[in-house]
Design a protein around this ligand. Structure first.
Ligand code: URA
Length: 429
């Protein structure tokens, strides 16, 4: 007879039959899977039952708590300043963390931004920053605390001790078609943010072709679930629903996104990147108790750039070094005159990924210079033959597949057609 408290097959059966798991069953499931007593194929079946049949709010809350309990919890209380963090559910051209973390730190709020590498068509913040010569993503907990005390902002890799259950579960979901389950996404994201120990959290929940959540209804449900989980855990949590039908800014890649972020920190950069950076900074500062701070001014007058340079240098990077450039490029031209109505985020993300900016497997290397540079955004007037995008890679054999991904990415309509979509769709608190 097994010494285990429950049987994995019974647990799977409960969710398959639309039942509700007890707190003890949930605690056991996460613990048993983390230590290897539930097999991958059993957890995969349970994940699929959760994707198809859902979970109650109290099941999600307990599932999240059990995931947090699988590892260490960080504690920033010794810093003596408020902490705040931002999490984006991921999108194409989403480089916002890069200008945002130093911008918020300007106001004396600590920003511990534990980030990940990209998998699939959405880029990873760490992959982008690794384009900067010398920059290191891995910090010890002591270095992280020291940098938060000295500089105020850190963007680094989450240590292996933080929510080990999620590392195993996420890798399994990734290969079993179960990433999209709202209870599993919400618990995965919030367990890491709560374990990280931030005092407040702003969630940027993306909606559209380039996001996990393709429609607003699902994005709203995900945002509401995460906000409730954060509040239950004592983390002041707010979510924005933002548009990911088209890429953010004019770049999707690694080094080119770092350059665009530096442009924003220098007081320039694309309008949408500036708008979202400033809005998220305002939300983070208000959540941390500074509702009157003026982040737009700190972008314009160079204070955010100063913190950026110190943040990059503290992690071994040279903020003034030239960024790597792709060896080869190819241009895509507008096929007709008119208004650019659509520039599809998913297509651009897949093209950047195929050019070498992203990875298909965890162990793959990314090309720092690869990606897609866009020359127009939806709403812009274009002329036939005008460059619309430049594809960048070190490996020109990748151009063909990247161009295939972009075949239906662009829609050009007659003059006076539909205006560009709204960037910030809603706020959920
Ligand atoms: N990001 C995460 O950390 N987890 C998910 O499940 C999805 C996105």
């Amino acid at each position: 007879m097994s010494a285990e408290k429950f049987d994995a097959v019974d647990i799977i059966g409960i969710k398959r039959d639309r039942g509700v798991l007890s707190p003890e069953q949930i605690d056991w499931t996460i613990d048993a899977y983390t230590r290897g007593a539930i097999a991958d194929e059993q957890m995969a079946a349970l994940n699929m039952a959760i994707l198809l049949n859902g979970m109650t709010r109290s099941e999600i809350s307990r599932w999240t708590a059990a995931m947090i309990a699988s590892g260490e919890r960080m504690d920033f209380s010794s810093l003596g300043k408020p902490t705040t963090d931002k999490h984006s559910t991921g999108g194409v051209g989403d480089k916002i963390t890069l200008p945002l973390a130093p911008l918020v730190a300007v106001f004396g709020v600590a920003v511990p931004q534990l980030s990940g590498r990209g998998l699939g068509h959405t880029g990873g913040t760490l992959d982008k920053l690794e384009a900067i010569p010398g920059w290191r993503a891995d910090l010890s907990n002591e270095d992280l605390m020291k940098q938060l005390a000295d500089v105020g902002a850190v963007i680094c890799a989450a240590g292996a001790g933080l929510v080990p259950a999620d590392k195993k579960l996420y890798a399994l979901r990734d290969v079993t078609g179960t990433v999209e389950a709202i209870p599993l996404i919400a618990s995965s994201i919030m367990s890491k943010k709560i374990a990280e120990g931030t005092g407040s959290l702003i969630l940027d929940v993306k909606v559209g072709s380039g996001a996990f959540m393709k429609d607003e209804e699902n994005a709203r449900e995900l945002a509401e679930t995460m906000v409730a989980l954060g509040k239950d855990a004592g983390v002041n949590t707010v979510a924005l629903l933002t548009n990911m039908a088209t890429p953010l800014g004019l770049t999707a890649g690694n080094a080119i996104e770092v350059q665009e972020s530096v442009d924003v920190l220098a007081g320039g950069g694309p309008e949408d990147v500036v708008e979202l950076t400033v809005r998220l900074a305002e939300e983070m500062l208000a959540a941390a108790g500074l509702p009157d701070a003026d982040p737009a001014a700190a972008l314009k007058d160079g204070r955010a750039m100063d913190v950026w340079k110190r943040m990059i240098s503290a992690q071994g990077g040279d903020p003034d070094a030239a960024l790597p450039q792709a060896r080869e490029s190819e241009t895509i031209y507008a096929p007709a005159d008119g208004v650019l109505l659509e520039l599809d985020a998913l297509s651009v993300g897949v093209a950047a990924w195929r050019l070498g900016a992203g990875r298909a497997r965890k162990e793959d290397a990314v090309q720092a210079g690869a990606g897609v540079r866009m020359h127009a955004k939806p709403g812009a007037q274009v002329r036939a033959g005008q460059p619309l995008m430049t594809l960048l890679t070190d490996t020109p054999e990748k151009f063909e597949r990247a161009k295939e991904a972009l075949e239906n990415a662009v829609v050009i309509g007659p003059e006076g057609s539909r205006p560009a979509q709204k960037l910030i769709i809603d706020r959920i608190s």
